[in-house]
Every structure is written in C-alpha cells, then in structure tokens.
Write a protein that binds this ligand. Structure first.
Ligand SMILES: *[C@@H]1O[C@H](CO)[C@@H](O)[C@H](O)[C@H]1NC(C)=O
Ligand SMILES: *[C@@H]1O[C@H](CO)[C@@H](O)[C@H](O)[C@H]1NC(C)=O
Ligand SMILES: *[C@@H]1O[C@H](CO)[C@@H](O)[C@H](O)[C@H]1NC(C)=O
Ligand SMILES: *[C@@H]1O[C@H](CO)[C@@H](O)[C@H](O)[C@H]1NC(C)=O
Ligand SMILES: CC(=O)N[C@H]1CO[C@H](CO)[C@@H](O)[C@@H]1O
Length: 487
C-alpha cells in the first residue's frame, strides 16, 4: 500500500506516514456505499475503486468488497501472491454479491502480469449503450514471461455489452465475453489457470475464453470446470494453447441467445484450439442458435496436437449439431480426435474441415428421430460401436477410408459396405434428456437389447462408460454409451 498506513499493535494503532513499501501484510477493504473515503482498513474502508487501484497488495493479503454494494469503474488491483499465499479478492459482510459495474469500460476487473490471485464471490457487469470489445474480467500475461496461478471461481458475470459479430468485428468478438484470459503476446504464458463454479449469462461474444500461451509455448495446468454458462451471444468455452487442458462438468446452454445475441460469423459450444492432449468431458451443451456454419456442441479446432478427446458429454438441440473437426481451419495440428461415450440428442450434424487427422468415434449414441443426419467426418475415420437413431430418408457417409464397425442403425439405413445391424437398440427411455447429465439416463439399455455385448473390442477404451460402468479392455463391450447389464 502507499500513503498512510495503520499498524495495529496490541490494540494500539500507530500511524506511520509517509510509509515506504514494506512486506507487512495488510488487507484492503472496499465499501462503495460508504460516505467517507477511508484508509482501506476494515473500520474505514475505501469507498472507490480508484483508491484500491493505488494499493499494491502483498502475498497473503485479501481485498474485500462489501456485500450488497455496487462499485463503478474498472478494478485493476496491483500485486502478486505466491503459491502458498495467493492474494484473495472476495466479498465480506454476507448477503448479496457485491457488484462491480464496468459501466461500459473494456472490463470490470483486470489483472496484468500478476501471479496467484484467488477471486471469488463477486458479481461483474459491464453494460453500455453500444456493444463493443468488452468483458467482465480479463487476466493478461503480456510481458514475455510465464505467470502462474489464476483461480477465478464462484463469481457471477452478466450483462456485458460485448461484440456480437465475429464476421465483421473479429478481434473485438474474440476479446469479448464474461471471463477472458489473455496470454497472447509472444512468449507470454499463464500456467495454473483454474476457472470453476462461475455463473455467466447475457454476455456478448461468449462465456469463458481462455488463451494461455502460444502454439510453441503452451501453458500447463489449465482447468475449467463446473461453470454454468447460458444466453451468451457466442462461444460457451474456448481454451487455446494449453498443454493437457481439462474442460469438464460445465453446462453451456442457449448459446447465441440472450441480451446480446449473436449477429454474425461463427461460434461453437465448447472447443479447443492449438492445444496438446486436450480433454472435454462430462459437459452439457444445449440449444445453440445457428451461426454461419458452426454452432456444434464440441469442436477440436485447428492446431491441436497429440489427442483431442470429447468424452462422457451430453448435448441436445444445438442447431449446428454435435461435433466439428476444424483442424484445417488454420495451421493444422493433426491431433487424433477421440469422440467416445457421448450422448447426442437431436444433435444430428458433424462438420469436417481438415483431413490430416484420424478420428476415433466410438460408443456414442446419436439420437435423431425427427431430423435428417448431416454427417461429414475426416477422410480417416473409424466409427465403431455407436448407436444411430435416424430418419428413413437420411444417409450416413460411406467412403473407402471411413471404417464402420459394429454400429446399430435404427430407421436410418446403414452406410454401404458396413458391418452393423439395423435394429431397435431398446433404450429404456430415449428422447427424454433435459438439460443435465443426469437426465440422459434414458439412453441406458433394456435387457434383450441387441447392443449388449455386441461391440468390437477397442484398445485404450478409457476404461469406463458414460455412467461409470467398467469397460474392460478384453471381451465384447456393449454398443452405445452404456456398458452395464440390460435393465
Ligand atoms: C452500471 O452502469 C451503467 C452505466 O453507467 C448504468 O446505466 C447502470 O444503471 C449501472 N448498473 C448498476 C446495477 O449499477
Ligand atoms: C490480448 O492481448 C493482445 C495483445 O496485447 C491485445 O491486442 C488484445 O486486445 C488483448 N485482448 C484482451 C481481451 O484483453
Ligand atoms: C471420400 O473422401 C474423399 C477425400 O476426402 C473425397 O474426395 C470423396 O468425395 C469422398 N467420397 C465420398 C463418397 O464421400
Ligand atoms: C477401427 O476400430 C476397430 C474396432 O472397432 C479396430 O478393429 C480397427 O483396427 C480400427 N481401425 C484403425 C485403422 O484403427
Ligand atoms: C464418466 C462420468 O463421470 N460420467 C458421469 C456422467 O453423468 C452421469 C449422470 O450425472 C454420472 O452419473 C456419471 O458419473
């Protein structure tokens, strides 16, 4: 902190002024409803964001914002924590989350080249009379080094007037959304980024966009989980340039809709770009609006290397369908795309751009009883142990290089030269999925199902199914996403 500093000592308060930067721990309090300017102490909190922005917090300090109050402006607190002693930004006093109103600035909260911040229990809004490149919170790494430790959790971000047109305002769109991490500048990186249990809605441009490094400088420890994203005018979650990032247990619904709806270009539900060994699992994506050509639930975009895995997810009613291979949409990375144990209800489309990848598409359920399939896969695709429920008039791709093994087809004709069966798979309650993972339980199998023990054995099969039943590496598994006994 700068300026006057109150040092409490055995109940007696000494005032030391002026005071140079020291390592004495000092928490900072902000109550924007207070009439007095204060000194940042609990008893005399600061009453403006400007005052807080002048303070340099130290490792182990906390920055507390009074519950139930609203502050206007951009909070750009200074200082870095350490792994053992992060700086904590949270609320105090109990009650409604305090609101930081960016009031049309670029963002409501920003951190630049800072380490180990733990941010929770605040609400961010950023309304404006006109949309533009705008976000709730941005954390950037720009100084060419690696920064560490960004934990953003249990915050609510809404009403952010971000850019909604990626076709005409691409860079502003990319920089718009609820929660943004920006490790864009050459050799700058952000390791150990964890974004979880946040609620994000009504944000132009999208929900959570995490860019942690570059293609030749991928960041480690990116983990995005348990977030609830809805009604954002673009991408649900995007992670770029991570080494083994994990995106799991998120809910992303009504994408493209909301207070700042999509107006042009493309977006998708949950996707990764330029990553190595990315995993997207146990997410739900639903009810996306159609964009120019995308709006799929999941996307392995360009520049991914190693494997790009989409597993144990459930999606329904996305206008662009279930999956996008976009390896050819930029610098190809050639990752093997593994899509397994997912349930896709009324998500009847796959789009493919880029043939440098191998696709392993197995043990999925694709349920489309009233909508035609529109399936394009990479040239080298292995489609095994899936259940396809379709319409009589629709077709599935057949090509010498696409392998079809042990799929079940209901109503939709099986592709030419395919080893599979046309039969009713006997799901227990198909078509009853709502907006949660739990609600997909109708895609388990009845006893007598032709899917039971009729799948092909798959090497490195992940070890368990959608419901956590074991899938042994030997013997014939079930077809579809359920490997338990018939019910
Ligand atoms: C946020 O700021 C905008 C613009 O200054 C204002 O119109 C709006 O009422 C504020 N909202 C809240 C909740 O303070
Ligand atoms: C990310 O950083 C780049 C380079 O500094 C900048 O051009 C861009 O606007 C930043 N985006 C955001 C969302 O801050
Ligand atoms: C098979 O794949 C090749 C290479 O992608 C493509 O040119 C051709 O049109 C495909 N044929 C069919 C029948 O889909
Ligand atoms: C495709 O998957 C089947 C298992 O269903 C396996 O036998 C086959 O070897 C795979 N093909 C390739 C090219 O990996
Ligand atoms: C693999 C996995 O974690 N699957 C989960 C999918 O969702 C169901 C329903 O919520 C869970 O029971 C599974 O554990």
């Amino acid at each position: 902190m700068v300026g006057l500093r109150a040092l409490q000592h055995g109940g007696v308060v000494f005032l030391l002024a002026p005071f140079i930067q020291t390592s004495i721990a000092s928490n900072v309090y902000l109550d924007c409803s207070s009439a007095r300017a204060g000194d940042g102490s609990k008893w005399k909190p600061f009453n403006s964001i400007e005052k807080v922005n002048e303070a340099v917090l130290q490792a182990g300090n906390s920055l507390y914002i009074k519950s139930g109050t609203t502050c206007t402006g951009t909070l750009s607190p200074q200082g870095s924590g350490t792994q053992d002693k992060p700086i904590i930004l949270t609320s105090y006093g109990g009650g409604a989350l305090p609101i930081i109103n960016g009031s049309g600035a670029a963002e409501a909260v920003s951190l630049t080249n800072q380490d180990y911040w733990d941010i929770s229990n605040i609400a961010l809004i950023n309304p404006a009379s006109e949309i533009g490149g705008r976000r709730g919170i941005v954390a950037s790494s720009t100084d060419g080094t690696t920064h560490y430790g960004l934990y953003i959790h249990d915050i609510t971000v809404y009403n952010v007037a971000g850019e909604t047109n990626k076709a005409t305002q691409s860079s502003a769109f990319v920089a718009s959304g609820g929660i943004i991490v920006n490790g864009t500048v050459t050799t700058s990186r952000y390791d150990d980024v964890q974004i979880y249990h946040n609620t994000v809605y009504d944000c132009g441009g999208g929900g959570i966009k995490v860019r942690v490094g570059q293609m030749d400088n991928r960041a480690t420890g990116t983990h995005v989980w348990g977030n609830d994203i809805s009604y954002v005018g673009g991408d649900g979650i995007v992670v770029s340039y991570g080494d083994a990032p994990i995106i799991e247990n998120n809910l992303a619904g009504f994408l493209g809709h909301g207070k700042y709806p999509y107006t042009g270009g493309n977006f998708a539900g949950i996707w990764v770009l330029g990553c190595k060994d990315a995993v997207m699992r146990r997410n739900v994506v639903h009810d996306s609006l159609m964009s120019d050509v995308d709006s799929e639930a999941f996307d392995c975009d360009w520049g991914n290397e190693g494997t790009c895995t989409v597993e144990y997810n459930y999606s329904h009613d996305n206008a662009g369908g279930m999956f996008l291979n976009c390896d050819g949409c930029g610098t190809p990375g050639g990752a093997t795309q593994i899509v397994r144990y997912n349930i896709f209800q009324n998500d009847c489309r796959m789009y493919s751009n880029g043939d440098d990848v191998q696709m392993e598409f197995y043990n999925n359920v694709i349920y489309c009883p009233d909508k035609a399939f529109e399936i394009a896969v990479p040239t080298h695709a292995n489609m095994s142990n899936n259940i396809w429920v379709g319409t009589a008039g629709s077709t599935l791709p057949s090509n010498n290089s696409i392998e079809w093994h042990a799929n079940i087809f209901q109503t939709v004709p099986m592709p030419l030269d395919t080893a599979g069966v046309e039969e009713d798979p006997l799901f227990i309650h198909p078509g009853t999925g709502k907006d949660s993972l739990d609600s997909a339980s109708g895609y388990r199998l009845r006893s007598g199902s032709p899917a039971l023990h009729h799948g092909d054995t798959i090497a490195d099969n992940g070890g368990h199914d959608f419901w956590n039943n074991k899938v042994p590496s030997m013997g014939r598994p079930n077809i579809g996403a359920y490997n338990g006994r018939g019910l």
